[in-house]
Design a protein around this ligand. Structure first.
Ligand code: GLC
Length: 721
């Protein structure tokens, strides 16, 4: 080709490329910085388009801008899996046949694994499923602290300790968001019960707020980089949290620099002016007409009348546009996948590592080939449905009974319900519809002659049995289970009790029980995981993410009476302050039946002498603690070494000890290793409400290396200058 022709061709191509470049508007140009694209898009919007974006157009979506090719924003529950498609304008399922998912274990189980790398896999798998289902925001994780064992939604959260929840939330958020789907930290904040959730006015002091109830949200935002947060239904110090000057403007968006969207809970918005000025970005709700929402026509009218500044609208829209560029308009995000074998594997491993062996005199694991009587409704009942908004429609769910029959042989495994909880009921209490005596008699008869008995009971995500919208009314097991358990233990000493729940329960039968397991709503792979533990194919390694008090009144919040829980006349005082969970039990000398961090293994571990890299530290340093650990038993197993810190003489009251580090190590029989745990000196701070600042005081701090919050195996003391 002649030189001149080639030159002309190059010029033509350059011209076309330049023109093409000029015709791509900045907000659509991936090569430009995010903020520049946000500003360009904002400048193109009319006020009507902006106001449309800040409130729902349907049950789970907010409008985009069709004129500019900005897509709609689609959200879906929940923290444990992608909910079935919901109708446009009601809570009914849409009846799709392509939306069955993987149910991952409830977040109490994920927390019980004490394994952050599993949290990353969990978040990534969940994010893939949300992405494949075309959802741009997954409404999870739940991060509210477990304050009382009656809260209906504790199963959706990560237990009683802010450090555990803070460590586990970060990889979960990162895993979800690597798929171009926003995680949504909820419910911000202090939504620690379901009783009167829409108007209870929580009063908690600054130290409890900062040291207990906010840390997991702070970690999710600052370290996890969450792109969305959901405001909670309740009030805090008189204002609804969905639009809250202190919580949202000052702390979340001010101090923490959160640049994502604050979305309301569904119907949690109460006032247009507050929603406009106190931090709400997207108002979602439970019913149409959406044009009447606080941030719809009323907001537009106040803007046009000059009663509210347009800057309040622009800040919301900037955040929504930023979210679009990270999700719906992010051309590089992956395509996701739904209900795959890989996701089932993640679900199974989280379940296996979260199951907690509470008590075992050697009755577990059960040998192969024996005759097993399986008793209880939770051996067969689907537990992926129910519970409220975290309900799931699953591709697959194996029950404990199915898995045990597969493992031990169908002829060796019999079943009797033993009790009946009735149909899943959202309003009515659910008394047992069948004669309890005959159910119990049949179960006992079956149990009497078996080589071993496995009782699967607990709660079941029915109304008031671990469900959204209402708390439990009793600490005891429902449906006559305590009577049944006592009868089974009397009929056959070789009875193992498996509690399936998201909350602690009373265990009056404990002294006679030889083996007890705390299991969880384990999701799609429930059966395989629990059968694996029972048979010994899996060595349990879960640790309790919450305390199990012997009596309900041994719980701190409960011990202060109605004013503290559930509140009186719509007001509630968190009178236990920072002494939540084991902090209460340790500091007030009220031992729990089973303490936070407790979990046995089929092997044994020996802890060596803990050492630190230095004797003295300055603020900003990191303490490097080393702890030799040996597996002194006959099977491989994993131990979570926990480090609790005590300050010698704090100028303000502190709990006896606080979890500040943990590390889960897997060891073969006889294997020795060293747990290394890094603890930033700054994490030893307490919130000084005299100066409203975090403070690490020069003092001695003792680092307790422990197998649970009460089982301390060794300590080492360091000095902070
Ligand atoms: C519910 C829940 C929230 C859920 C939302 C949408 O009321 O409080 O967790 O994500 O509404 O279902």
């Amino acid at each position: 080709m002649k030189k001149t022709t080639l030159t002309a061709l190059c010029c033509l191509l350059l011209l076309l490329a330049t023109r093409a470049q000029q015709t791509i508007p900045a907000y659509l140009d991936d090569a430009l910085p995010l903020e520049q694209r946000v500003e360009d898009a904002l400048a193109r919007l009319t006020i009507d388009e902006k106001v449309a974006m800040v409130h729902a157009q349907s049950k789970f979506s907010a409008p985009g801008v069709p004129r500019l090719g900005i897509p709609e924003l689609w959200m879906s529950d929940g923290p444990h899996g992608v909910r079935a498609e919901i109708a446009w304008n009601s809570w009914a399922q849409a009846g799709w046949t392509n939306d069955s998912c993987t149910a991952f274990p409830a977040l109490t189980c994920l927390a019980a694994t004490f394994n952050p790398s599993l949290a990353l896999e969990y978040g990534d798998a969940l994010g893939q499923e949300a992405r494949y289902r075309r959802k741009d925001v997954i409404l999870g994780p739940g991060l509210n602290i477990y304050r009382v064992p009656l809260n209906g939604r504790n199963f959706e959260y990560m237990g009683e300790d802010p450090h555990l929840a803070s460590v586990m939330v970060v990889p979960y958020v990162q895993g979800v968001q690597r798929n171009g789907v926003a995680a949504c930290l909820k419910h911000f904040a202090l939504n620690n019960q379901e009783t009167r959730r829409s108007d209870i006015d929580v009063q908690a002091d600054d130290r409890a707020l900062r040291e207990i109830y906010l840390p997991a949200f702070h970690a999710g935002v600052r370290e996890g980089g969450a792109w969305a947060v959901m405001g909670s239904y309740n009030k805090f110090r008189g204002q609804h949290c969905t639009h809250h000057h202190l919580l949202v403007n000052d702390i979340l968006k001010g101090e923490w620099g959160f640049d994502g969207i604050l979305v309301s809970d569904w119907g949690s918005t109460h006032d247009t002016r507050q929603a406009a000025l106190d931090g709400l970005d997207v108002e979602m709700g439970t019913s149409a007409p959406y044009a009447d929402y606080h941030l719809a026509r009323p907001y537009l009218q106040m803007l046009l009348d000059g009663q509210l500044p347009v800057t309040s609208l622009d800040d919301k829209v900037r955040r929504i546009l930023r979210l679009h560029l990270r999700t719906t308009m992010n051309r590089n995000r992956p395509w996701g996948a739904l209900a795959t074998a890989e996701h089932a594997d993640v679900a199974r491993r989280v379940a296996e590592q979260g199951i907690v062996l509470l008590k075992n005199d050697g009755i577990l694991p059960l040998a192969p080939g024996i005759k097993i009587a399986v008793i209880g409704e939770n051996a067969t009942r689907s537990l992926t449905t129910g519970g409220g908004s975290s309900e799931l429609k699953v591709k697959r769910e194996t029950s404990p009974l199915e898995a045990l029959r597969a493992l031990y042989g169908p002829a060796n495994v019999t079943h009797s319900a033993g009790y009946a909880s009735g149909r899943p009921a959202y309003e009515r209490e659910n008394p047992s519809p069948l004669p309890a005596d005959s159910l119990r008699a049949a179960a006992v008869a079956l149990a009497r002659d078996a080589d071993a008995v496995l009782f699967f009971g607990g709660l079941n995500k029915n109304h008031r049995q671990d469900s959204e919208g209402a708390d439990r009314l009793s600490y005891n097991l429902p449906f006559g289970q305590d009577t049944l358990i006592a009868a089974l233990l009397a009929a056959n000493r070789r009875t193992v009790i498996i509690i399936v729940s998201g909350n602690a329960v009373a265990m009056p039968w404990l002294p006679r029980a030889r083996g007890v397991i705390q299991s969880w709503y384990l999701g799609s792979e429930a059966g395989g995981a629990i059968a694996g533990v029972i048979s010994g194919n899996v060595n349990p390694s879960g640790k309790l993410p919450f305390s199990i008090p012997a009596r309900l009144e041994d719980n701190g919040a409960i011990s202060f009476g109605a004013e503290s829980y559930p509140g009186r006349d719509g007001r509630q005082q968190y009178l236990e302050g920072i002494l939540v969970g084991y902090r209460w039990h340790d500091t007030r000398g009220i031992p729990a039946l089973f303490p936070f961090g407790h979990g046995l293994s089929y092997t044994t571990f020996r802890y060596g002498k803990a050492t630190t890299d230095k004797r003295e530290y300055a603020c900003g340093d990191t303490i490097r603690l080393s702890l030799p650990l040996a597996n002194t038993g006959r099977v491989a197993g994993a131990e979570t070494v926990q480090v609790y810190v005590s300050q010698r003489a704090p100028s303000l009251p502190r709990p006896v000890k606080e979890l500040k580090g943990f590390c889960k190590i897997t060891l073969l029989p006889g294997e020795r290793s060293t747990a290394t745990i890094a603890i930033p000196v700054n994490s030893l701070a307490f919130f000084d409400d005299r100066s409203s600042a975090w403070l690490v005081e020069p003092d001695d701090f003792t680092l307790h290396c422990a197998s649970s919050s009460t089982d301390v195996r060794g300590s080492v003391t360091i000095r902070v200058r």
